[in-house]
Design a protein around this ligand. Structure first.
Ligand code: F6R
Length: 247
């Protein structure tokens, strides 16, 4: 496990983007596992800038982690819309090579199975993760057990409250989502988890320095052999110095 701590999320985003760029340059058919949310924005800003400076992404495939149930691609808070706005609309990844779970499928169970087929067919080279204040990754929420495969999840009150900042009110936040399970995440060849701000400090300390527990889903990343935590000073503020210095 590597830990990198930056003064600003902007610097952190640049570092993450250079790692992703190396994967894009050094892999014949790179598959990026992508996250949405405010944490991913500095990374996407830099990837868009890299693309404007010549980074070709025509051979890239992307597989997003999750999508709200009930929100279609044209809904401004859907994750497909987010990806179009912040990345896909500005780079040259062909649309048919971008995958986001279908939150408006009439048969959600079969949409989940289809999504697992995509991940099996296109193994993820590098998985980008944010982390919830409760330690969730994707929408794998704290629970007695973590599910392996893509599934429909009922979001915790904490997640609904936290994501209400993107909606007019808490009532408008969908209460369910489709998410990749932990198996697909752990099978990625490498993983980057980014976290910024003091609100994430507890979840980061528990994920990196605590026990591996299903009620802190990100702690399962301790079991992966190639994980980089890319943090700012606030999200790293509850790590003990000896460990955070080790990197
Ligand atoms: C979103 C996702 C979530 C977010 C997490 C952090 O695709 O997978 O796990 O990464 O909720 O969200 P932000 O970055 O908005 O704090």
């Amino acid at each position: 496990m590597r830990i990198r701590i930056f003064d600003t999320s902007h610097e952190a985003g640049l570092y993450a983007a250079s790692i992703v760029e190396q994967t894009i340059l050094n892999t014949a058919h790179p598959v990026l596992g992508l996250a949405t949310g405010s944490t991913a924005l500095p990374l996407y800003e830099e990837l868009v800038r890299f693309h404007r400076c010549g980074l070709d992404m025509a051979h890239v495939r992307s597989i997003n982690l999750d999508e709200y149930v009930g929100l279609g691609a044209d809904h401004p808070q859907s994750y497909r819309y987010f990806m179009n706005q912040h990345l896909f609309g500005h780079v040259n990844i062909p649309e048919e090579q971008t995958h986001v779970p279908n939150g408006t499928a009439t048969d959600l169970a079969s949409a989940c199975l289809d999504y697992d087929d995509i991940v099996r067919k296109y193994p993820i080279d590098i998985q980008i993760l944010g982390i919830g204040v409760n330690g969730h990754i994707g929408f794998n929420e704290p629970d007695d057990l973590l599910l392996s495969n893509t599934h429909v999840v009922t979001l915790t009150h904490e997640t609904v409250r936290s994501n209400a900042r993107f909606f007019e009110s808490e009532d408008d936040v969908p209460k369910q989502a489709i998410t990749l399970g932990v198996q697909a995440i752990l099978q990625a060849k490498s993983i980057i988890l980014m976290a910024f701000g003091e609100a994430k400090a507890d979840a980061i300390a528990r994920s990196i320095q605590g026990e591996v527990r299903t009620d802190v889903p990100a702690s399962i990343l301790q079991l992966h052999r190639d994980v980089t935590f890319i943090l700012d000073t606030q999200s790293a503020s509850k790590l003990s110095a000896s460990r955070s210095m080790r990197g």
